[in-house]
Write a protein that binds this ligand. Structure first.
Ligand SMILES: Nc1ncnc2c1ncn2[C@@H]1O[C@H](COP(=O)(O)OP(=O)(O)OP(=O)(O)O)[C@@H](O)[C@H]1O
Length: 321
């Protein structure tokens, strides 16, 4: 499996970005795929380091505690799901990891880099698709991805190839020169994925990537995420309300409630754990949502919502169209 180097320049840096190797011509149509990056051995111990570590992370907005002593480790190369109801603190935690919010208490590490002290080093390693719309409806798909390539300091020499690879990775080549406002909601999400992939991130953070999409578009977004991950070995940290998606696509999940992780494991481990707690003959095999309800108990109230209460639906298509 090939990996990025970590030592070159990225967004805000003063030189070309890290990822591409000299033999980009042999790469598949995926930014960061084999042939576009230096070998794993170049990173030394970094390739063994967890992708994300949060210890005692806390964040408050005034009197509102959003994240309350979060402990989290995301392993290099896994798809990790951060699940929880509205207001659990998922987005706040993700924003601390991306360095968009400071780390007022505790620590956050990304591939061994401290998010508080090495913000640029952290930013160079990640791609981020926020909940909010990040595509510009007045630009074409290609222009949107080019804009991100410039922001993330992809060198001029590589830019066109990387943009083409990112668009191909999400199946938007044919639509690349149409304005984004003509795209469906699913296409917009794939465009945002291409924007995040153009810098060939080692860590991709996705905040509710499929919210508001129909089942076919949701599946398509996940298939594209998985294809890029298979080609590059990147780590994916995703928040979602959709338990079925977490079950199907995540290697491990953390169930977050009121700012803390309440349960952690593979979806199967969590379901089996609940089945064992319930005892033999307790009926149908529990779902992940059952696990969460068991853990959160009466704490899952109207204020915090539940997993099917998707108040933050992005309605991407209507906002772009
Ligand atoms: N900018 C802000 N100002 C004030 N309070 C905020 C702000 N952002 C989040 N909060 C509060 O912090 C808490 C955690 O919010 P956060 O958005 O991190 O949760 P979440 O799990 O991502 O929820 P959702 O699934 O709805 O996105 C909530 O009580 C929320 O109201």
């Amino acid at each position: 499996m090939t990996r990025h180097t970590t030592g070159d320049k990225g967004p805000g840096g003063d030189g070309d970005t890290a990822a591409a190797g000299p033999d980009a011509g042999s790469a598949p149509a995926v930014p960061g795929g084999p042939g576009t990056q230096a070998a794993a051995t170049d990173t030394g111990a970094a390739s063994r380091t967890d992708a994300v570590t949060c210890t005692g992370l806390a964040y408050a907005f005034g009197d509102t505690t959003a994240v309350d002593g979060l402990e989290l480790s995301v392993r290099d190369g896994e798809v990790f799901g951060l699940l929880g109801p509205n207001g659990a603190g998922k987005t706040t935690a993700i924003r601390c990891i991306t360095t968009l919010l400071p780390v007022p208490a505790g620590t956050v590490g990304v591939f061994g880099h401290d998010a508080a002290r090495e913000r640029m080093a952290v930013r160079r390693l990640l791609g981020y698709v926020p909940q909010q719309l990040s595509a510009d409806s007045g630009l074409t798909g290609r222009e949107n991805v080019e804009l991100f390539a410039r922001v993330f300091d992809v060198s001029r020499r590589e830019r066109a190839a990387r943009v083409g690879q990112a668009l191909a990775a999400v199946d938007l080549v044919d639509a690349a020169d149409r304005l984004a406002k003509t795209y469906s909601g699913g296409m917009v999400r794939r465009l945002e994925l291409a924007q995040a992939l153009v810098s060939a991130p080692r860590l991709l953070l996705l905040d509710e990537p499929t919210i508001g999409l129909d089942p076919i578009a949701r599946t398509s977004v996940w298939e594209h995420i998985n294809a890029v991950r298979a080609a590059t070995g990147m780590t994916v940290l995703v928040t979602t309300h959709y338990m079925d998606e977490a079950d199907q696509y995540c290697d491990r999940v953390a169930l977050m409630h009121r700012g803390r992780v309440r349960a952690l494991g593979t979806p199967d481990e969590l379901r089996t754990g609940l089945a064992e707690r319930r005892g033999a003959g307790s009926g149908e095999r529990p779902t992940l949502e059952d696990v969460f309800r068991d853990i959160a108990g009466s704490g899952l109230d109207d204020k915090s919502g539940d997993f099917s209460d998707v108040r933050s639906t992005r309605r991407t298509a209507s906002r772009v169209g």
